[in-house]
Design a protein around this ligand. Structure first.
Ligand SMILES: [Mn+2]
Length: 335
């Protein structure tokens, strides 16, 4: 029997699990209000590519968790707060250019129109000169997001894009027996096939458990760089990040960053699809994101796999929001 599948891509609508708050209480904007240099937050609430139930609730949870950070930093008024690590006064920049475009339209469970919608909207956001900060959703969304980023950069005359993935896993599987070629275990593999991406400029930070044979073989033959959690500890976080930026950015015009929260030990961040023990501590993770945020070469980030139904006390969403503030650091704060 033939099944007619309707792709209602011409009927965009707001998903019922879309959040009502914006990241850090920032301005809610439409895409056509984006100005060059603006930090643009968007939600990509997808979870139908082989994930645990819950990642679609990630954007709402991260935005909600960010509100307490906004309160904590703004409540004292214009004098700012003191960073106890070095005694400096820190406040949100007066010229802060930060907007939240809300959540992208999803077409669950239809992968093609969802993929196309994410890629097209991301391309438009980046083409307007935004610094995109995209909240997943499961890790599959990273592929159409980087594809849209890639399209906009190549259209603007850039040629090569570096790639850093902070994750316990490689997500390099070519063809999963159950999920096929497009799911949250293949996002990096599909990204590696984009014309502007050379696997020798792809770096993984925080690998922890097992990989499948074809993922491992890909790394061995492609010249990609992988760094395990233990290697990060041995070398030191800041040095590891500096080396990763060097490799990912070599001969590249820009670097794209994707962060999977499951790189953090599940004892600290239970709210994700796959339980890991021995991953980065919350402190190491915050330092990693802060160090990555020092780079001008990184031009966009997605942050994925926060899974609120598995999140004890909401700490995983809060860690996500706090690490994004650490990453955005000098872009949103002045000292
Ligand atoms: Mn992942």
């Amino acid at each position: 029997m033939e099944v007619a599948i309707v792709h209602p891509a011409d009927r965009p609508k707001r998903a019922p699990y879309t959040s009502g708050v914006t990241f850090l209480n920032c301005r809610s904007i439409e895409d056509d209000e984006i100005e060059p240099g603006m930090i643009v937050v968007g939600g990509v609430p997808c979870e139908f590519t082989g994930s645990t139930i819950g990642p679609r609730l990630g954007p709402a949870a991260i935005r909600t968790a960010s509100i307490v950070i906004d309160w904590r930093w703004r409540e004292p008024g214009p004098d700012g707060v003191i960073d106890v690590r070095d005694g400096t006064v820190v406040r949100f920049r007066d010229d802060l250019s930060l907007g939240d475009v809300g959540d992208f339209t999803m077409y669950p469970p239809q992968l093609e129109p969802t993929t196309e919608a994410i890629r097209t909207r991301m391309r438009g956001i980046v083409a307007r000169g935004a610094f995109p900060v995209m909240l997943g959703g499961d890790h599959y969304v990273s592929f159409p997001l980087i594809a849209g980023y890639h399209d906009a950069k190549l259209n603007a005359g850039e040629r090569k894009i570096g790639y850093i993935q902070v994750d316990a896993h490689l997500d390099l599987q070519d063809d999963n027996p159950t999920h096929g070629t497009h799911w949250h275990g293949s996002n990096a593999r599909r990204a590696s096939e984009l014309p502007g991406i050379d696997p020798r400029n792809m770096v993984w930070l925080g690998l922890l458990d097992v990989a499948w044979r074809d993922e491992w073989d890909f790394v061995q033959r492609s010249g990609a760089t992988i760094v395990t959690v233990d290697q990060m500890r041995d070398r030191g976080i800041e040095r590891t990040v500096a080396e990763a930026l060097e490799v990912a950015g070599r001969d590249c015009d820009t670097v794209y960053l994707t962060v999977d929260i499951d790189v953090v030990d599940s004892a600290a961040a239970s709210g994700t699809g796959y339980t890991n023990f021995g991953g980065l501590t919350s402190r190491e993770f915050l330092r990693t994101l802060k160090a990555l945020g020092q780079s001008d070469k990184i031009g966009g980030i997605d942050f994925v796999e926060v899974t609120p139904p598995r999140d004890n006390s909401g700490v995983t969403a809060y860690l996500a929001a706090l690490s994004l503030v650490e990453f955005l650091g000098r872009r949103i704060l002045e000292r």
